[in-house]
Ligand binder design. Structure first.
Ligand code: ASN
Ligand code: ZN
Ligand code: CA
Length: 333
């Protein structure tokens, strides 16, 4: 009886045709990723507890790209978990969400018309709803990366999910989701500084969030103010997202992968970006070595400056850009 790691094919809803790492046991294949800590992908089949059933079939081609095939969302979720694992491993040297080599698991088809996705520390697992209306599942790459990054934050700074630290927690998930989406470099879902652009959660084709100018969603903050800590964490995250965009790409007009951005600054002074790769390293080092559960925006600034100093030197261009980008979102000395 053959048993082992296989390379299957996923026909996803959002990412085209992709390779999936699966496991063969005799004549059966399952969505079990033996190359990434054994991450498994389950079908809750509209249940809301337990794990449902592990995706399992007698061939290694998963889904058909449509929402009527249950394995399509399974393919998206399994792919998103793999890209998230690879992003953390290859960009930061992190060995899984908890940095212990252990895979998580994903649950798809949660509940009925559930328009959300969430990470749960207590099960160390990811859950995706099927959406409503168009029944588009919440399984796009950036949503997967966002939610699993909540697990990374819990395992590191453990930023409290309220007040300013909650905004930093949410921003961290958007920042690493975006880093992962660019890393994956999937032609059907190229990298952008938008969150949820694939799932059409608003029904009019607009994304959930914009990092170049967060207020474009009608609610998120572009700049810090003394009331930032009273906002929903998905809106106070705008300050972090805007900082990250400015540090990566700089202010003003820019077109990336066919998407136009126009990022303003609080003081009207321009910011010159240092590139996404360096901005990601600075954010990750601050999250994992400087911040704590009560870090607020002022302390996030201090932590990222310390991280940039260690990585690039305190008289570096990178260090100065971190200071400029925080000033540009009204987080000052
Ligand atoms: N999708 C939401 C989020 O990650 C779930 C939640 O409310 N925590 O922010
Ligand atoms: Zn979140
Ligand atoms: Ca995106």
């Amino acid at each position: 009886r053959y048993q082992g790691v296989k390379t299957g094919i996923g026909n996803t809803r959002y990412s085209g045709q992709v390779s999936l790492t699966t496991t063969q046991s005799g004549s059966n294949y399952t969505l079990t990723d033996g190359a990434r800590g054994g991450h498994k992908t389950y079908n809750l089949n509209h249940g809301s507890s337990g794990t449902g059933t592990l995706f399992s079939q007698t061939n290694d081609t998963w889904g058909d790209g449509t929402n009527s095939n249950a394995a399509t969302a399974g393919a998206d979720a399994h792919y998103g978990a793999a890209e998230t694992w690879d992003f953390y491993k290859n960009v930061f040297g992190r060995n899984g969400i908890a940095d212990n080599g252990v895979g998580a698991y994903s649950r798809t088809h949660y509940g009925n018309s559930y328009v959300n996705a969430f990470w749960d520390d207590s099960c160390f697992c990811m859950t995706y709803g099927d959406g409503s209306g168009n029944n588009d599942p919440l399984t796009s790459l950036d949503v997967a990366g966002h939610e699993m990054s909540h697990g990374v934050t819990s395992a590191t700074a453990d930023l409290n999910y309220s007040g300013e630290s909650g905004g930093l927690n949410e921003g961290t998930s958007d920042i690493f989701a975006t880093g992962m989406e660019f890393y994956a470099n999937n032609p059907s879902d190229p990298g952008d500084y938008l969150i949820g652009e694939k799932i059409d959660i608003n029904g009019d084709g607009t994304p959930l969030r914009y990092m170049d100018k967060p207020s474009k969603d009608g609610a998120s903050l572009d700049y810090w103010s003394s009331s930032a800590g009273n906002k929903d964490v998905h809106y106070s995250s705008g300050i972090a997202n805007h900082f990250f965009y400015l540090l990566s790409e700089g202010s003003g007009v820019k077109v990336i992968n066919g998407v136009s951005y126009n990022s303003p600054t609080y003081d009207g002074l321009p910011v010159t970006g240092i590139g996404r790769d360096k901005a990601l390293q600075i954010w990750y080092r601050a999250l994992t070595t400087k911040w704590t559960s009560t870090t607020n925006y002022a302390a996030a600034r201090t932590g990222t400056l310390a991280a940039a100093g260690e990585l690039y030197g305190t008289s570096s261009n990178e260090y100065n850009a971190v200071a400029d980008a925080w000033a540009a979102v009204a987080v000052g000395a």
